[in-house]
Design a protein around this ligand. Structure first.
Ligand code: SF4
Length: 424
């Protein structure tokens, strides 16, 4: 790529076009930035483009050397325009948010991750890196006809298993990649169990109250029995290549609130098969329960974190009866039991790469002997998030790409990825 990508915008009818008079720009926690060529990749297959209502696109004027707002349609100045963002595919970590100017009274953006997007060499480009080579959620790898056939067949054959019926709906209605992999008998399968949660995350995708935002996932409404859970897990662990079954999904609350059910299920599963990996995705709120699950056979844990700085973690999770300390201790408990520990690290460019965040992350990695950081894109309106957390935006930003390089330099044996690995 030799020329700087052009700005992309949407006209009043929602048609997306490029405007070569301005270069593509990105943002880091509200600071507008010219993306570096080395940060740009073609828009990954399976990504989507979103219009950002009541937000004007901002680009860079190379000849005037300044950022400029595209206030109206360049082809019809009487018409309005709006900014455009990419919602990039799993396995990619974004490096810059979109650059835009928000109009007074603009609605909060829905719970998706917003990435800067431009136009170059006849295609869309984004500032992002492929952080995980695992192809388990690559768009091209899903055989929808096979998934439909297998899901319907199993839902008929196991009509009494409520969890399987729930996962059939997740695969066929919501298109959940983990549920789709269950019905393709491969890789990681989901085991949601908990209607309740002991946190009130600002960006919770399964429950939103008083924000005017809709949750993007319907929360499970029952606690499956150990028989229903192992009925899904055992055949998957026995048959699937690189098999992983994971408690803690987007369509539920906190699985540790169902610790007794999880413990009984893990014992039932391990009585039937020693194959594959049993993983727990969690907010890590009850380390004592994690200890019991490790004794029962839990092999890996993924603790969700928007920040390694306790004050911002607690402003986001709004925990009930636990704190950042419990989440950190749950990681150490799994390591102490010989297990695999990772964090589900919500990346927001300009915030995650703040100097003080890096210093706190280094401390967390060293203290917990972490094995993996899943560099996931934070699904939230960046301005709304920063307005609630109120970090010092004058603080030095390292750049998300630079942060990834620094983690690799400082912790060469630490893995960076996007998915829960098989630890078999
Ligand atoms: S821990 Fe999970 S389920 Fe609970 S509020 Fe946060 S995102 Fe929602």
């Amino acid at each position: 790529m030799k020329d700087r990508p052009a700005l992309v915008y949407a006209d009043a009818e929602g048609n997306i076009s490029d405007w070569p008079a301005l270069e593509m720009a990105g943002a880091g926690a509200g600071e507008w930035i010219r993306p570096h060529f080395s940060e740009l990749i073609e828009l990954p297959e399976g990504s989507e483009l979103f219009l950002l209502p009541e937000r004007l696109p901002v680009g860079y004027n190379g000849s005037q050397r300044r950022f400029e707002t595209l206030a109206a349609d360049p082809f019809d100045p009487a018409k309005s325009v709006c900014a455009v963002a990419a919602f990039i595919s799993p396995a990619y970590t974004h490096l810059l948010s979109p650059a835009y100017r928000t109009k007074e009274g603009a609605p909060i953006l829905p719970l998706f991750a917003y990435t800067s997007v431009g136009w170059a060499n006849g295609g869309f480009v984004v500032p992002a890196v492929r952080i995980d080579s695992d192809r388990r959620q690559d768009f091209c790898n899903f055989d929808l006809k096979l998934i439909e056939r297998n899901a319907r067949k199993r839902m008929r054959a196991e009509s009494k298993n409520r969890l399987l019926q729930h996962l059939g709906k997740c695969a066929l209605t919501y298109g959940c990649p983990a549920a789709k992999n269950l019905f393709m008998n491969r890789w990681e399968a989901p085991l949601p169990t908990s209607p309740e949660c002991n946190a009130r995350c600002i960006g919770c995708i399964s429950r939103q109250e008083g924000t005017g935002l809709s949750a993007t996932q319907e929360r499970i409404g029952f606690v499956p029995s150990p028989e229903e859970i192992s009925g899904v897990a055992i055949p998957h662990l026995q048959k699937a290549p690189r098999a992983v079954v994971s408690f803690g999904q987007g369509c539920e609350g906190e699985p540790l609130l169902q610790a007794q059910t999880l413990e009984a299920s893990i014992r039932m599963i391990r009585k039937a098969t020693g194959k594959g990996t049993i993983n727990l995705n969690t907010n890590g709120s009850i380390p004592e329960a994690v200890e019991k699950l490790c004794r029962a056979g839990l092999q890996s844990i993924r603790v969700s974190m928007n920040s390694a700085r306790p004050q911002y973690y607690e402003k986001y999770f709004r925990p009930k009866g636990f704190s950042f300390d419990e989440a950190r201790r749950s990681l150490s408990v799994v390591k102490a039991n010989g297990g695999f520990a990772s964090i589900n690290y919500f990346v927001l460019p300009g915030f995650t790469d703040q100097k003080s965040e890096w210093l706190s992350l280094k401390k967390l990695i060293s203290e917990t002997r972490l094995d993996l950081i899943q560099m996931r894109n934070l699904n939230i309106d960046p301005e709304w998030y920063l307005d609630i957390l109120k970090p010092d935006l004058r603080e030095k930003k390292l750049g998300a790409g630079r942060l990834i390089a620094m983690i690799r330099e400082e912790f060469p044996s630490l893995r960076l990825g996007y998915f829960n690995p098989s630890v078999e």
